[in-house]
Ligand binder design. Structure first.
Ligand code: DGL
Length: 262
């Protein structure tokens, strides 16, 4: 599994529930973080290069790009060159729109994700007749990274992200918000709390993310295969492992060994 940082752990957690015996190598590209501010060619080159090297080194049966920015930009490209199944993570607009009650859907993602053609296509195919409001909330990535390091979440940053949707035309009618960056579900409870108590939004507001669906898809693609887990899962990082300082507890709770350099 691959992300820039701990965001992909939201997908990893769902995979562990469904496939507790599957051995996982989780790669965090901290040396390239954030992807959200990069250009499409920069993200594509990085993802294709790194994922290619990781596949050669670790020989996985399947790779999951647990990052919306990387998936919406580079999924098609890496599928063409790598010979294993690749499961991506794209904004959960389809499940959000399938709820008949939803009419105004918000999308929070990185700057790069919300401008992708991939998102335009999801909107056209699944949210036809509904309103999709998009807002880039890159600061939530840092909040999620901090939260998993035991630091307090800054409610003003969360509020600003939600206001970015609420202040748009039809924003007052928002009924669901798609968390279109894998870091954001780590803040789901905090976002709900800020929405209801600091902003007076309805407690019926739904926050939607794709992690369970992605885990189901991974389980489907590996259906029938046997696993023999021989130790803790591995957490590998690009750049220096120092960046994982503060994550020890959350990683060991999640069944990882000591972080290793890639
Ligand atoms: N977790 C990544 C995503 O889902 C984004 C974080 C970043 O900008 O690096 O888009």
């Amino acid at each position: 599994m691959f992300d820039t940082g701990v965001g992909g752990l939201t997908v990893y957690d769902a995979v562990r529930v469904q496939m507790p015996d599957a051995p996982v190598i989780f790669a965090a590209d901290y040396a390239g973080m954030p992807y959200g501010t990069k250009t499409e060619p920069q993200v594509a080159a990085r993802v294709a290069g790194l994922l290619g090297r990781m596949c050669e080194r670790y020989q996985p049966r399947l790779a999951c790009i647990a990052c919306n920015t990387a998936s919406t930009i580079a999924l098609g490209m890496v599928r063409e060159v790598l010979e294993i199944p690749i499961v991506g993570t794209v904004p959960a607009i389809k499940p959000a729109a399938m709820d008949n009650h939803s009419t105004v859907i918000g999308l929070l993602g990185t700057q790069a994700t919300i401008r992708q053609q991939y998102v335009d296509d999801l909107e056209r195919d699944f949210a036809n007749g509904k309103t999709l409001l998009r807002h880039a909330a890159p600061d939530l990535v840092d909040e999620a990274e901090n939260k998993l390091r035991g630091k307090p979440v800054n409610r003003d940053v969360l509020k600003a992200a939600l206001e970015g949707l609420e202040n748009q035309e039809k924003g007052l009618w928002l009924d669901s918000i798609v968390l279109g960056c894998t870091h954001f579900p780590l803040l789901k409870d905090d976002l709900m709390d800020v929405a209801v108590f600091d902003m007076g939004l309805s407690p019926d507001l739904r926050f939607v993310d794709g992690s369970e669906g992605i885990a189901r898809r991974i389980a489907d693609r590996l259906d029938g295969q046997e696993f023999a887990k021989s130790g803790p899962n591995r957490f590998v990082v690009t750049g220096t492992v120092e960046v994982t300082k503060g994550l020890e507890a959350t990683l060991s709770e999640r069944g990882f060994g000591t972080p290793e350099p890639f």
